[in-house]
Design a protein around this ligand. Structure first.
Ligand code: SER
Length: 601
């Protein structure tokens, strides 16, 4: 029989759900649109949130796709047998169409009839129930009907069997039923899919999305009951090929062989070598997809760019532990682009950008490491000369990590070579203090979720429309939105343009927007078809994610744009508009940050 590969699994999944009346939709970008609660698309449901909340999807109520995803929460587990930073999620959705009965029957049929997995090797978990939502006896009964014995149906609490909201704060969520492959004998009588012994490997998750979590923490029933499922592509082919880890399929083989060839080390020769090779390959694959995305990012010190930077740097570090230099990143990138370009043509289109940015960032990091080494030598020399205790204190160790990218292990190693010790406790304390600070920062950003629709975000969103219109009117009529992000403090707008916006233009844009605000025109909303909207000259990104009928917001003669909201009722509700900064975002894309004062009393 033909071997299971990533290509075959993608096709089998989409074909199966198409045969069950699902429309096949394309993968959305890795960079979420208008959602400040997360940096990356972390699940297939993410781009579908408006439709899970009730908006009509143009492709119908049954959808299926393969979505590019990035998860960095599990970064420390990357390199183990089942975690990857970038992965593809196969998914099928019911938007107020079928619910538990059909979802479970489809999952069972796909697993046992299409993938032909041994039913005796399957186990599932269902939600045990709590004050927010009852015990899921219906799903358990359905699994039993399918042929699963009760002793392989586990009732687990929210911690295990609840999914969402995606950003952790507000949005659609609900109880789920997860499907596992039994990889080895359970470790004891209490072993379950919640156990960390590795007996159960999760491959698929059917979420019954029937609640919306509100900003005050309530679970309010959604107008429609949805199904959101997600199956990890790498994990599933790992199971189908009967290999030990997600790194042992054809999706990683070429990259791993390249690292072996360059380093002279053998994958599998020791746990450390295996883990390091996996991390290098995983991080480069993730970086390739971030750089090559249709809304691709470049390394920087904020947001997505920062995550990308950390991944590239971590890849360089682990490459160094294998005795190879940073040029390996470019070699691996080429391998991944060649491997995936037929599925994700954006990688081919951005080939030069991907390899160029990777090489630049890796070289930059190598210089930083060298600077860190100088810093270290200076410090050690100074302590030696002053005859002080031979200890690198915690704050210094943390600074070497934070500023120069030196992981603690490296600092300890270098210290040992010079007869020094490192105050690791102090390092961890400094680290925790830093984390508490950045945590506070990320809580702030969660508060800005558009789901909240506060007056402040509505005003900033309204200003974004005016800014877009001003750019098209004053700078270039072919300008289009490439991204938008709003927090309670500011708006950020990305758009296509191959040059800097001049200071004179920025001033004119500010004046134009402030004039629209001073005119205090009413903001009206009309529903119409996409074609009607185009005919009226509305701007907007006309992709399939808009419903058949779209909402068009008009602000007098100033702006007409397709959008989901939220908006102010009149432009006069906005205070003065100020542009704070204009800068490059990525090749051919500029970024403007701006603020809007509160309303005039
Ligand atoms: N959202 C769910 C998950 O990520 C199912 O797609 O597992």
């Amino acid at each position: 029989m033909e071997k299971w590969t990533g290509d075959r699994l993608r096709k089998a999944y989409l074909d199966f759900f198409a045969s069950k009346g699902h429309s096949v939709i394309p993968s959305a970008s890795l960079i979420p649109e208008n959602d400040p609660t997360v940096l990356f698309t972390t699940a297939g449901m993410h781009p579908l949130v408006p439709y899970l909340l009730g908006a009509k999807h143009p492709a119908g109520t049954r959808l299926t796709d393969v979505q590019k995803c990035i998860r960095t929460a599990d970064i420390d587990e990357v390199g183990d047998p089942s975690h990857c930073t970038f992965f593809e999620m196969l998914g099928n959705w019911s938007l107020g169409d079928y619910f538990k009965q059909d979802a479970i029957a489809y999952s069972w049929e796909f697993l046992t009839q299409v993938l032909k997995l041994d039913p005796d090797k399957l186990a599932v978990s269902v939600f045990a129930g709590d004050e927010d939502c009852p015990r899921d006896e219906e799903s358990a009964a359905r699994w039993e009907q399918m042929g699963l014995p009760r002793n392989r149906i586990f009732f687990l609490p929210k911690e295990n069997n609840w999914w969402g909201p995606a950003g952790g704060v507000t949005g659609p969520c609900g109880p789920d039923t997860e499907m596992f492959i039994i990889r080895k004998k359970p470790c004891g009588p209490d072993c379950s899919p919640a156990c960390s012994c590795g007996a159960y490997l999760e491959i698929w998750n059917d979420v019954f999305m029937q609640y919306n979590r509100t900003p005050d923490g309530r679970f309010e029933p959604l107008a429609q009951k949805n199904v959101d499922t997600g199956m990890g592509l790498d994990r599933t082919i790992c199971v189908l090929q009967g290999v030990d880890s997600v790194y042992d399929t054809e999706l990683y083989r070429g990259a791993i062989e390249k690292v072996e060839e360059l380093s002279g080390k053998k994958y599998g020769e020791s746990d450390d070598v295996t883990r390091a090779i996996r991390i290098v390959c995983d991080h480069v694959r993730a970086a390739v997809f971030m750089l090559g995305d249709e809304k691709g990012v470049t390394p920087s010190n904020v947001d997505q760019g920062y995550v990308l930077r950390r991944l590239i740097r971590r890849a360089v570090r682990f490459a160094r532990t294998l005795g190879i230099d940073d040029s390996v990143l470019g070699d691996l990138a080429t391998i991944f682009i060649d491997l995936y370009a037929h599925v994700y043509p954006e990688l081919e289109a951005n080939r030069d950008k991907i390899t160029g940015e990777l090489a630049q960032e890796a070289a930059r990091f190598t210089r930083t490491l060298q600077q860190g080494l100088k810093e270290f030598e200076k410090l050690v020399g100074w302590i030696e000369r002053s005859g002080g205790e031979k200890v690198i204190n915690g704050k210094t160790a943390f600074r070497l990590y934070d500023t120069f990218g030196y992981p603690l292990e490296l600092t300890i190693e270098m210290a040992q070579e010079r007869g020094f010790t490192v105050d690791t406790e102090g390092y961890h304390a400094a680290f925790a203090e830093h984390q508490a600070k950045s945590q506070a920062g990320s809580e702030q950003r969660f508060k800005g979720g558009l789901a909240e629709s506060t007056d402040v975000t509505a005003r900033l969103h309204t200003a974004t429309h005016l800014l877009n219109a001003a750019l098209r009117t004053l700078v270039d009529p072919s300008i289009e939105q490439r991204g938008s992000n709003i927090t309670p403090e500011r708006l950020r707008f990305d758009f296509n343009l191959n040059r800097k916006v001049t200071p004179e233009e920025l001033k004119a844009i500010e004046d134009w927007v402030n004039e629209a605000i001073a005119a205090d025109v009413e903001i009206t909303c009309e529903e119409m078809t996409v074609d009607e909207a185009k005919a009226q000259g509305a701007v907007g990104i006309f992709t399939s994610k808009y419903g058949d009928r779209v909402k068009v917001y008009t602000m007098g003669r100033y702006s007409k744009e397709i959008c989901g909201g939220p908006h102010a009722a009149r432009t006069g509700e906005l205070g003065a508009f100020h542009i704070q900064k204009e800068q490059a975002s990525s090749a051919g894309v500029r970024r403007i940050r701006a603020t809007v004062d509160g309303p005039k009393e």
